[in-house]
Design a protein around this ligand. Sequence first.
Ligand SMILES: NC(=O)c1ccc[n+]([C@@H]2O[C@H](COP(=O)([O-])OP(=O)(O)OC[C@H]3O[C@@H](n4cnc5c(N)ncnc54)[C@H](OP(=O)(O)O)[C@@H]3O)[C@@H](O)[C@H]2O)c1
Length: 346
Amino acid sequence: MKYKNLGNTDIKTSLICLGTMTFGEQNSETEAHQQMDMALDYEINFFDTAELYAIPPKPETQGLTERYIGSWFKQHNNRDKIVLASKVAGPGAGWIDHIRNGPRLNREHMTTALDASLKRLQTDYIDLYQIHWPERSTNYFGKLGYEHDHSEQVIAIEETLSVLNDFVQDGKIRQIGISNETPWGVMQYLMLAEKHNWPRIVSIQNPYNLLNRSFEIGLSEMAIREQVGLLAYSPLGFGVLSGKYLNNQKPEGARLSLFPDYMRYSNENGIAATAAYAELAKDNNLTPTQLALAFINQQQFTTANIIGATTLEQLKENIETVDIVLDEDVLSEIELIHQKFTIPCP
Ligand SMILES: NC(=O)c1ccc[n+]([C@@H]2O[C@H](COP(=O)([O-])OP(=O)(O)OC[C@H]3O[C@@H](n4cnc5c(N)ncnc54)[C@H](OP(=O)(O)O)[C@@H]3O)[C@@H](O)[C@H]2O)c1
């Protein structure tokens, strides 16, 4: 395994981070435990979860993912082996009312959220506590352009950060991070931390994959200069970049066969780009998955690649990409495809 520093801290996290959002829906507790066992065998020390999970969000499965991680810690008595990341949900326009009747990023909601996560995870601290998405409406979750709403009333980032500061002071969390954020949001968190001597964000968890390289506009520079590295999520674009949905295939039990509403990475240009990357992979004796994940692993601004899997075979293939290095020729070919299909699936 390879390791990187988490932000400006001396915490070393594995370049491959285990994503867990299938635990509790597509994966049972036993399968979840097998995945965590395998990850540990490969010397992965970084797991990512959220109060929201399992995915898709439903009242009856909310919190199950954290519960399965908690039961694994209890069985193995190995909490100290893992840098554990979780998240507090931001507001949702009706789609997550089962969480506190609609979550907000204020003291009351965040305190309830954190205490419930700690309980489910059977731990008394979370290493990296992340804001899952912003309180304000901005361009994330598939939106490339920004539309400003002058009338919007939101909890200020200053209030959210002051609550995170108290959590750190109380020892309930160690580091803080953001997710689905924009360059403006990153700079707000950094400026407010400096102004009040509050904790500094150490990471930004955003989508990043061959079909969505929007992170490179504005955020990649910030990640490097400000030491707020990328935790890349959906590295295979929900599995699309494995190539298994090409030619209208609908593999049984796969995410997009089960949940056809998840269309973020399946528009016409996304499919055409996937076919081009799959061809490039084949020409270089790689699987499409290997090409897609290795590309993320070797970006300078990547702190960790948050892989997801529903089987141990997938997990093995994904983790082992840590040893693949794409050469200059392959990288140039990727750029040619990228020029033709630039961010087809934000
Ligand atoms: N912050 C956020 O808003 C946010 C959003 C999304 C994800 N995340 C985090 O990022 C993690 C990963 O996201 P993701 O699950 O969307 O990642 P992804 O890599 O885009 O998709 C993973 C899915 O692709 C399929 N797959 C994985 N490896 C494969 C392989 N080798 N061959 C064929 N199919 C394969 C599996 O689904 P099937 O077997 O069902 O096909 C797997 O569940 C999540 O667990 C979560 O921790 C965060």
